[in-house]
Design a protein around this ligand. Structure first.
Ligand SMILES: Nc1ncnc2c1ncn2[C@@H]1O[C@H](COP(=O)(O)OP(=O)(O)OP(=O)(O)O)[C@@H](O)[C@H]1O
Ligand SMILES: [Mg+2]
Length: 689
């Protein structure tokens, strides 16, 4: 008998904590030990434990935790929840929140040093008072989080443990991918457990992470016949017949979770492990867990059932008081009910509530009919919002509520979308806003949602953006708002390469605006010129509008910055005055508004600086709002800027990024030669020509 034989099994047939030693996992444990040792020596690693539900992933994670702590590493953990995919950076927050909160002020300053400071807004609990603005770029956040992890690891070798990665939110998954490509040289090991990608919330993203050459994949195998015999003998306390064990093996496929649950059901039915009972074993089957949950639930008083179901709605880690409110129970009564749930092994902890196993939560959730779920999700959202929980938590529930024209739902989803956008989680924001639109909102709010959604879709690169912004333009009742929507609609047509359409839309919207809003008018002019420059038929239009600009008459707002940038790049392209081009570009950038808009002006100013040889300034201006380009969701303007810089022959653009792959990619493209502006000094980029 091994020590696994002595491991206590709970009444659902699920072992309390990992069986030690785990059966048939020597190879996996050796690989984990090696990865931890390598990380300690500065060779960062990602180990992904991949397998079906109940195969023993979390048990291996528990072992990894023990191995890493035993090796003196800092261990940070997170577990994704089944219904938390829309909570942007939820997993990342779980990983770091506690460590940051527990750190002294000095340590925290070290952890958040340099680029890591960009992530501070993700952890509002760290600093009282109004939260600082989130970085308006996915790269800035990913880059900042990378540095937070790196700072952690440099201070003390670190192990990040992520369970149920298949349920992780997209931005956290993106970040793990970003991190994995930069693990070299870091004393950091990431150990993650996941079901196969196709069972994940974002199969493609998960697959990408798991197929990264830097990832070591561990796929725990089902238990073999000798182990199943051993577990049967231990659980039933009798020597089992071979045919009986063979039936257990067939019914469970050797899945440790199912083996445990099936043996529990066998014990409940008092089936002796004889050959004659082998058929009955096959009848019990691998659905034993949900059966065991329903049986256990059936024996509980109504209060406990209500708390169990409320908790299943809210998810693992929810506060008891929220479950109490959802179950419409007094907190003391709910507390007693939760303790009972701990005693019957449905919960592992009562507050915050922790389920014994994710399968238990799923089984509980499945006992709630669809109609009741909708009512409870709505109520859950209200409770969480009233309790001041992060808006994403409430929004996650609202996504599962049927549309009912409720302005409160629209508002809550817009707030969550705003936060998702601010952290660069465009896909999440789009999901919230699409649901908000389905509610549907009324009057001006419908215009606002359409506009916000269209802009978010544009950032995501979704073709729906064009139609959405067109609809926003038609939904606006107030002329200035209609003009703004028309401007964004026209810009989107430009990004979609529908240039003639863009010019028509921009010109009509500009004409309809009249002269009431000079700033907006300047924006239209800048946009029309920028678009017309790309279509030969419209060169005269661009020339006419350019000639009409009087630099001394500009109004000094965002539109003026756009026009100055337009003039700067025009001067450079025409090989006019270098001084003029540089001055206008600098002046436009110094106004500090260009980077706040998804307009071409920012690129124009930066490109003008590149073209006049002001490479360092262009690089600095470029890096400031975008962080490190080259990964994942590159915004359209970033990609365009890099592409146009490359085709313009600016070899020095490689200095934009420390990412070697990106630099290699750029330098491998042979740039076409183009004439340069007359120069008094030697521009950096001329050294290679
Ligand atoms: N190698 C093993 N030997 C014996 N028992 C095991 C082994 N691996 C797992 N178990 C037991 O099987 C059950 C399920 O394991 P675990 O929770 O680790 O699975 P999982 O793969 O994480 O499942 P899920 O995908 O649902 O999260 C637990 O009770 C665990 O103790
Ligand atoms: Mg698990």
């Amino acid at each position: 008998m091994t020590s696994a034989d002595r491991q206590p099994t709970n009444r659902l047939g699920i072992r309390a904590g990992p069986a030690r030693p785990l059966l048939e996992r020597d190879g996996e444990l050796a690989a984990l030990q090696e990865a931890v040792a390598a990380a300690r020596a500065g060779e960062g690693r990602l180990v992904a434990i991949e397998g079906s539900a109940g195969i023993g992933k979390s048990s291996l994670l528990a072992e990894s935790r023990a191995i890493a702590s035993g090796a003196g590493m800092r261990v940070l953990g997170a577990r994704a929840g089944e219904h938390e995919a829309e909570f942007a950076f939820g997993v990342v927050r779980q990983l770091f929140e506690q460590a940051l909160a527990n750190a002294s002020a000095d340590q925290r300053a070290e952890l958040l040093a340099g680029a890591a400071a960009l992530v501070e807004p993700l952890f509002p609990a760290l600093r009282p008072g109004p939260a600082p603005a989130l970085a308006d770029s996915p790269f800035a956040m990913q880059h900042g989080l990378y540095w937070l992890a790196a700072n952690m690891a440099y201070l003390k070798p670190t192990c990040l443990i992520v369970d149920d990665l298949h349920w992780a939110d997209g931005p956290s998954l993106h970040w793990l991918g970003y991190l994995v490509r930069r693990l070299e040289g870091l004393p950091l090991v990431v150990v993650a457990a996941t079901r196969p990608p196709e069972q994940g919330n974002d199969a493609a993203l998960l697959d990408e992470l798991l197929t990264d050459p830097a990832a070591l994949i561990i796929q725990p195998a089902p238990l073999t016949f000798p182990s199943i015999t051993q577990l049967t003998r231990m659980r039933l306390g009798l020597e089992p017949a071979e045919a009986f064990c063979a039936a257990v093996a067939v019914a469970t496929g050797g899945n440790p979770l199912f083996v445990g649950a099936l043996l529990d059901a066998i014990a409940q039915e008092r089936l002796e492990p004889t050959g004659a009972h082998a058929r009955a074993v096959l009848g019990l089957g691998p659905r034993a867990i949900s059966r065991a949950v329903s049986v256990r639930l059936g024996r509980l008083p109504p209060d406990s059932i209500a708390v169990a179901r409320a908790a299943a709605m809210l998810g693992d880690g929810s506060a008891l008081r929220h479950a109490a409110a959802l179950a419409e129970l007094d907190l003391v009564v709910a507390g007693r009910a939760a303790s009972r749930l701990v005693r019957v092994d449905l919960f592992r902890a009562a507050d915050p509530i922790e389920f014994f196993h994710p399968v238990v939560r799923s089984a509980l959730y499945d006992t709630i009919d669809a109609g009741t779920r909708i009512v409870l999700h709505r109520r859950a959202a209200e409770i969480l919002a009233a309790a001041g929980a992060p808006p994403e938590r409430a929004a996650g529930h609202l996504l599962r509520v049927a549309p009912a024209g409720d302005p409160g739902v629209v508002h809550a989803l817009r707030v969550a979308a705003d936060r998702a956008l601010a952290s660069g989680a465009y896909t999440t924001a789009v999901e919230y806003l699409r649901r908000a639109l389905a509610e549907p909102p009324e009057g001006e709010e419908r215009f606002e949602v359409l506009l916000e959604l269209g802009l978010a879709e544009r950032r995501m690169g979704a073709p729906d953006a064009v139609g959405r912004l067109e609809a926003a333009m038609h939904a606006a009742t107030e002329p200035t708002r209609r003009a703004w929507a028309g401007l964004e609609y026209g810009r989107t047509l430009f990004y979609a390469n529908r240039l003639a359409g863009a010019i028509t839309v921009l010109s009509e919207a500009s004409d309809a605006l009249g002269d009431d809003d000079p700033d907006l008018k300047e924006r239209f002019d800048a946009e029309i010129i920028a678009t017309a420059r790309w279509v030969a038929d419209f060169y005269p239009l661009a020339a006419e509008r350019l000639a009409a600009i009087d630099e001394t008459e500009l109004h000094g707002g965002g539109g003026s910055a756009q026009l100055l940038a337009t003039l700067a790049v025009d001067e450079a392209v025409r090989c006019g005055s270098r001084e003029q081009a540089t001055r206008r570009a600098r002046q436009a950038l110094a106004m500090g508004v260009l980077q706040d808009e998804d307009a071409i002006g920012y690129q124009h100013a930066v490109n003008a600086l590149f073209m006049t040889g002001e490479t360092e300034k262009a690089c600095a201006a470029y890096e400031q709002p975008y962080g490190e380009p080259g990964d994942g969701e590159t915004p359209s303007r970033c990609r365009t800027c890099l592409a146009s810089s490359r085709t313009s022959g600016f070899d020095s653009v490689a200095c934009l990024t420390p990412n070697p792959t990106f630099a290699r990619d750029l330098s491998s493209a042979e740039p076409p030669r183009r004439p340069r502006l007359p120069s008094s000094g030697t521009p950096a980029h001329s050294q290679r020509s």
